[in-house]
Design a protein. Sequence first.
Lengths: 1270, 88
Amino acid sequence: MNINKDKDNKQKETKLFRKKTNPQEFLEEMAQVNIGENSAEDPFFETKRRTIKDRENDYQTKGREIRNKDLLLQEQTDPFLNINKNSGNSNSNALSYREIMMMRENEIQEPLILEKIRQKKIDEKKTQISAQPQNTSQNEQPRNSVNSVVNENAVRKRRRWDVANPEVEPKKIENEENTNGKPQIRKSKWDIGPQKEKDENQEKISGTRIRKTKWDSGPSIEEEKSIEKQNSWDSDEENRKKTSRWDKTPLVMNNGGVTPVGTSGMTTPVYGTPQATPDLIRQYRYEKEMDERNKELTDDDLDELLPRDGYKILTPPPTYQPIRTPLRKLQGTPSLNSDQTPLYEIPDSGNYLGEDLPPTPPHLPSFKPEDYEFFGKILEQKDGEELTTEEARDRLIMELLLKIKNGAPPVRRRALRLITEQAREFGPDALFNQILPLLMSSSLEDQERHLLVKVIDRILYKLDDLVRPYVHKILVVIEPLLIDEDYYARIEGREIISNLSKAAGFSTMISTMRPDIDHINEYVRNTTARAFAVVASALGINSLLPFLKAVCRSKKSWQAKHTGIKIVQQIAILMGCAVLPHLKSLVNIVFRGLSDSQQKVRTITALAISALAEASAPYGIESFDPVLKPLWLGIREQRGKGLAAYLKSIGYIIPLMEPEHAAYYTKEVMPILIREFQTTDDEMKKIVLKVVKQCVGTEGVTALYVKEEINPAFFNFFWIRRMALDRRNRKQLIETTTEIASKVGSSEVIRRVVFHLKDENEPFRKMVMEVIYKILIDLGATDVDIRLEEQLVDGCLTAFQEQMSDDGRIIVQGFSEVLKILGTRSKPYLPTINGTISWKLTNKSPKVRQQGADLIANIAEVQKQCDEQKSLRHFGGLLYEHLGEEYPEVLGSILKGLKSILVSLGMEEMNPSVSDLLPRLTPILRNRHEKVQENCINLVGRIADLGSTHVSSREWMRVCFELLEMLKAHKKSIRKATVNTFGYISKAIGPHDVLLALLNNLKVQDRQNRVCTTIAIAIVSETCGPFTTIPALMNEYRIPQLNVQNGVLKALSFMFEYIGEMSKDYIYVVTPLLEDALSDRDLVHRQLACNAVKNLALGSFGLGCEDALIHLLNYVWPNIFETSPHVINAVYEAIEALRVALGSVRIMYYVLQGLFHPARKVRAPFWRVYKMLYFYDQEALLAGYPRIIDDVWLDSRLLSGVECNAIVQSKRNLDPNLEGKNPTNQNQIQNQIQNQNQNQFENENQFENENVFDKVVRNNYLRNELEYFI
Amino acid sequence: MAEEERRLSLNIQQEHIISKYVGTGNTDMSKHDWLVNQHRDTYASYIGNPSMLYFISIVENEPIAKLKYNFLQKMVQPCGPPPSHKQF
């Protein structure tokens, strides 16, 4: 590399060194970044693939962890199975409903009992400690009871490092055993480390599940929780730091780099391999990629990289010593995992993380590192004979799942089909035991989960009642989807659960989900309630009612009641007005919850009632009778959240009432509402606003009442600056205020808020402007008196002048709306406003200039109404001067302003005269900014439409060519404006010049340009009549140049699209041209011709041009064998259009020719067309189905007459279905037998070469043709 | 191969939707199945169009309910049992 020979060695060495290492500060910075929170600093964080786990919130993650444990349970018994069959082959280990219920009971009781024990022990300890001072003999106690553990824990803090402390760290006990000389006994279940818990769980079938308490959470590595989320054991370690250095837990995968590099001997070696958490894997992948990219270049690489000539390979200087000590290397390049590399162990099988991944077999999709945890098994090479049937089956399922998860769409589809078809053969055990853990894994991404859920959905159908034992496990996996933030995940979850409940049946669903209803964990109850609502919607609310009734009256636990009521709420939310038939029973089920002693139950009851009322609006008030009293009494007693829920339900019930009742109940609730106006709680504010809106909106509440009772407090407490800060609050406040205004009239409300327009706070001003704008649009300004009008305009003007922030649209919009609604009444204020606008237009800041221009654009019309033409002309001139504006946003607004001035003033009076204006606009058309383009084209189009005579046609031609470019703009509105403008211009200056130029343009090389030109030609023919362009086009087609001919075809195609029904006048004219194009050798040519035929057929359908269209169809039809995607698409589209024009039956006769052709390649396109026909027009085909003679006879033509006769006879005798069922067939057969016999006698039993079927079809075709048209 | 894939994927959505329905058929369909579909469609259409039913009931001099029943029965095996080609 180095060709500089002259320098001395020393210099070279330093140079070499400098090249090899990066500047120190960069290294340090990198190290900092790596040590600090890696996700926060990662510049590619946004682009990373996100797993579902990453975006879950705390609640979801914790719930998932709890649910994960449930997966380890045995499957449940299927009571139906036991009744029907002998329970011999069913899984005898399965849990029964009784056992599950006992387990749940234990779960609830366990913490309570534990807590009691703990309290007791602590108390005991206190007395004990005081009784016997520090005594090591304590440790000699046999450690087989809860007692001792608690004892030791209590005294732990007093111990020094020289005192053995065995239970602190079970891992190290083995090492320390020698020093202590004390055997380790593990009998107590409190001593068992979490890693044993799994085994224990599987051994104990009906026993109590071991829940983790803080007593048994030793610092083991097999913690279930991911390690990087530094949780319990980390903090344990923290606490113990002071006690002893032997107690120190080994640091696994700690990115903090606490353990010094290269001193691995000092720490305990890492125990086992770490779990593959997604973060770790990502980190690892990143690391690996970096290694790959930064690996040292070999000589071979360098040979490839550098040219041979001019370079010379030098020997390294004698003093140069490459760094060989690995330690120094490590220190030189700090990297993510460098501190743990020496601790790293070879991974176990099934837990691959490193580079030593075995290669993926060729028939499988690529593996991701995360996949090795689940799919590692596939990679173990085994011969087919070594595997048992089960193993082989499991491997197959695993392969299929991997293909579904990672494969490309076709592979995935095939695998999905296979797994669905064979679902019953695989059996539910094998399938679910693999799918469900996969679905709960933390490294899953959205797309993967979607696919796996799809698998479950498909196999549910197939497995049907076999699924019963797995209902609970499936629910455990699917329920989290119901509270996913992704809408589609929620829908998917609902669909699965509803399919599941249809497959498993109502009673199975109930008995499976019942235990979760009073689960101690809120997450489980929440998801279960949602799942129950889905079951109700799938199987009918009716069937669930008795169960709900029982649950909501449960005396055992408030949790059950809470969940039951929540189910009702979710049913209402999910099913909407479908609850109406059951409304009464649902309300009766829940209403007792309002008088429950538990606050949470009362709250959820109120929420359930509000959901029911919302769902049933505007009907069903009579069903709510029992809740009215408790609700209205309740609001006087409740506070906080409970009150909010009660108010919410009141808000939803009031609109259902009769007017007089509504008035009464509103008056009852109003004092409480007004009291709550002052609340500081945002949630409460929102609810209060909503309730006020609902109350005011009802018919029975009078305007006077609102004016006197509600308004003073309402505007006092809500129209304050604070409300403008929160977006949702602001929205709700505006809605409520508009509702009040429509009750009491606009002036009343506007008067109360108008002075806020001069407030110092800009967001507040905006909010006020928005509400005024909405009220004026709804109600108009007729009851705004002169005084208020002055205040209003004055306030708006202030707000407009003061406006500073970027998004000032609402102010400009509101101001112009005020002026528009005031109409001629705004004349006195216009001079002031115009002064402000002039000032704004000449302002230094571009934003201010834009606001000025926007306001002119909006109020030009009002100015005209008030006879302010003079100032409009003034502004016209002003804006014209500003056309050199450099900020595109402002320029766009200026053009818009000019356009509305032009429209208001008219062509004649326009101040910069049109002939001056247009030449200035032509260069602006080249501006690439979308807002500028759009406004400019609109302006030009307006001029072309109304004042084309003011400009010379030469200028128009110039504009035309600028416009061509715009036909390919991205924004649709721009393209549309361009098309319209083009039409105006060609109308103004006549088609001939434009067309000539356009046709010449077809010869250019640039494809985009040609396409735009063809569109332009089509527009010209639409606006000026096709007769002006078609002759020229057909003449142009004679030029033997591919581009030109294609251009002509394309132009024809667009033209027929635009002119629609007019096409029928030109169909006979262009048919010869299309004939020629459709029989051309060039593919693209035929494709374009097919497009033209399509538009032609669609334009002229039903107008009596069938003969020409059939003629064209005959030319189109042979192209169905094309394979190029664009061509074949165009052909099919043309056929479809011809189907519309000619009728499906006609096309079917073409199709019948090849439907049963022996060659599949021939059959395939025919079937595709047939499917299309069937799909769009099935019933119409009935009339045209051919009469087909029974194949028995046809086949028999191949046999000798006698044999055939026997067969036909026997068929008649044997086949009862034929007898009397299908008289035509029978008659036909008899006729044919006679024919056959005759043939035999006449010895004409010659077998024809032709496809018999085709012949029959053709005959029938002719016959049907006749019948069809007679 | 890649070309083939692309060609398919252009219409894969439409194809998929269409093939979800009974009666659309496919390339490997036997003539018998095709005809069975035709007959069933025909009967279904007769049953679904009241005016068609009136017409047939007048022609055949049968009550409409009976006609409906007959058509439904015929839909089971409108063209007889599927042929077994081994016979020949």
